[in-house]
Design a binder for this molecule. Structure first.
Ligand SMILES: Nc1ncnc2c1ncn2[C@@H]1O[C@H](COP(=O)(O)OP(=O)(O)OP(=O)(O)O)[C@@H](O)[C@H]1O
Length: 266
């Protein structure tokens, strides 16, 4: 699985720089296992992927998708296994990961404007005195612009639609300038136009050189949105392009159901 990793770097990546080194940054997950008490939620998961991809974590309810995302985000400590970023422990490289929690895990009534939320993305990289500089302000404005949120910047997040709220949180993730975007069920609750628009956005972020990893439930849309699928049910079932992974036999085996005709990747 492992190809030679470039030396570890802590360099700060700026806008546009992602695209010039799309193959430089590699995430490697090696034999990752997570227990909740006696429940084995993840059993020896291994995969490797570079920046410039969109990866969907798919599997039935309880398959461990959120657990894997939380382990990658450093919110859960694995019981065994490694998560490496360019050959170094991922969590030794602060600022590389931006995490978008499930909608149900966010207090949407929290009194905060969109701009203040996006500014929070800069906090991890502020210096000792936590002083907001011109560079920070520029990145916040650019993040709002990329997500089309400028006109909503002074609104409370509680006043936004579900799709706009997702965009506000994605703008915060962009402001962090992280290479890896971890999104837990970002399409939940979005209507078809909002889903398509979010799909295009994730595509453009990966084209810019980021690595987008999202848990996803919809077998019908996965192949259109993501270029790589990780099918799992506590263990890894398959990993690769949608056409190779989302086969009727694998869907049957992993979900324990017959695939609907339109769920086969085209
Ligand atoms: N904090 C926790 N404590 C104990 N068990 C947990 C905890 N979080 C998750 N689990 C269990 O771990 C297993 C994996 O849960 P996880 O939420 O990762 O699955 P999932 O694939 O994201 O599910 P879903 O598609 O329903 O969101 C489930 O059996 C779940 O009940």
């Amino acid at each position: 699985m492992n190809s030679p990793a470039p030396p570890c770097t802590q360099d700060h990546i700026c806008w546009g720089a992602h695209a010039s080194h799309p193959d430089r940054h590699r995430l490697e997950v090696d034999s990752l296992s997570v227990y909740y008490g006696s429940l084995l939620a993840l059993n020896g998961i291994s995969f490797s992927i570079t920046c410039g991809h969109t990866l969907a974590l798919m599997g039935p309810n309880g398959a461990g998708k959120s657990t894997l995302i939380k382990a990658l985000a450093g919110l859960i400590r694995p019981d065994s296994g490694k998560i490496l970023w360019n050959g170094c422990p991922l969590h030794d490289t602060p600022g590389e990961i931006a995490y978008l929690p499930q909608r149900s895990d966010v207090d949407w009534s929290f009194p905060i404007t969109v701009r203040a939320l996006v500014e929070m993305g800069r906090y991890p990289s502020l210096g000792l005195w936590k002083k907001f500089g011109r560079h920070d302000r520029d990145i916040v404005e650019k993040s709002l612009h990329v997500l089309g949120m400028e006109s909503l910047a002074d609104r409370q997040i509680s006043e936004l639609s579900g799709g706009q709220q997702q965009r506000a949180f994605l703008a915060r993730a962009l402001a962090q300038e992280a290479h890896v975007l971890l999104l837990d069920e970002p399409f939940t609750g979005l209507d078809a136009p909002a889903s398509q628009s979010l799909g295009r956005l994730l595509d453009s972020l990966s084209a810019e050189g980021r690595l987008v990893i999202a848990s996803h439930h919809d077998l019908n849309t996965a192949a259109d949105i993501f270029d790589t699928i990780l099918l799992m049910n506590r263990e890894l079932a398959a990993f690769g392009p949608p056409k190779e992974v989302l086969t009727p036999a694998r869907i049957r085996e992993t979900y324990g159901m017959e695939p609907q005709p339109e769920t086969q990747a085209s």
